[in-house]
Design a protein around this ligand. Structure first.
Ligand code: FMN
Length: 206
């Protein structure tokens, strides 16, 4: 993994455009998977998933997912378990830097599964993306309506990840049933961030 001199900052590889499949096929293929194989995904795949979630896609730092007022309140964390070239742990995605920063060491998938009201299957996914938000980044401008916008944005982010997983021949799911405090604690979220969605990703068990 490429370290750039700053402690715990890991530069991500450039994402290559995927070979491409018709959108209709990806939409039809998308299904919430709850049985994962014990098989690693590559750092390149993890990078593509992070980029789909919140990557910078133009020169003005706009992202792959729309954001009300371009305020970008979403924060993406990666719980790596079986990701090649990455030690198990929690990493925060830094979209503008094209990098991740280590937040906590160790495999936290089982703890996230426990936090997700005992949905143990989550622990088998190679990785779990945690979509969190800082509501303040939207509500300072949009007021109470900003709360609604943040939830809409989480849906955009999740669907981007699901479609990216489908095009990479990976499987994924979305999980909203979890204990906020436990997931925030396991992910070591900053105090002003709220977890909204868990997205396990991996290869299907045959
Ligand atoms: C907001 C939301 C929360 C969800 N939470 C969970 C969950 O906690 N656990 C789970 O197994 N599936 C969860 N799902 C996935 C749904 O169960 C799934 O989308 C539904 O069964 C339809 O299947 P499909 O996604 O494969 O089309 C959630 C879906 C949404 C949209």
């Amino acid at each position: 993994m490429a370290k750039d001199g700053i402690m715990d900052l890991i530069r991500l590889p450039q994402t290559e455009p995927s070979p491409g499949q018709p959108l209709e096929r990806l939409l039809a293929q998308r299904r919430c998977e709850r049985k994962y194989a014990r098989r690693s995904v590559t750092l390149a795949n993890a990078t593509s998933l992070l980029w789909a979630a919140q990557g910078v896609s133009n020169a003005d730092d706009l992202r792959t997912a729309p954001s009300a007022g371009a305020l970008h309140p979403m924060e993406i964390y990666l719980a790596a378990g079986d990701v090649n070239e990455l030690l198990p742990g929690i990493y925060r995605y830094l979209p503008i830097d094209g990098a991740i920063r280590s937040v906590a060491e160790g495999d936290r998938r089982a703890a996230l599964a426990a936090g997700a009201l005992g949905q143990a299957w989550l622990g088998d996914a190679a990785l779990i993306l945690i979509i969190a938000a800082n509501y303040e980044h939207s509500t300072w401008k949009h007021g109470r309506r900003g709360i609604r916008y943040v939830h809409m944005e989480a849906g955009h982010v999740a669907q981007n990840v699901l479609l990216m997983a489908a095009t990479l021949d990976l499987r994924a799911a979305v999980v909203g049933a979890f204990d906020d405090k436990r997931v925030a604690s396991v992910t070591e979220l900053a105090g002003d961030q709220t977890p909204l969605y868990l997205l396990p990703v991996g290869y299907p068990r045959n």
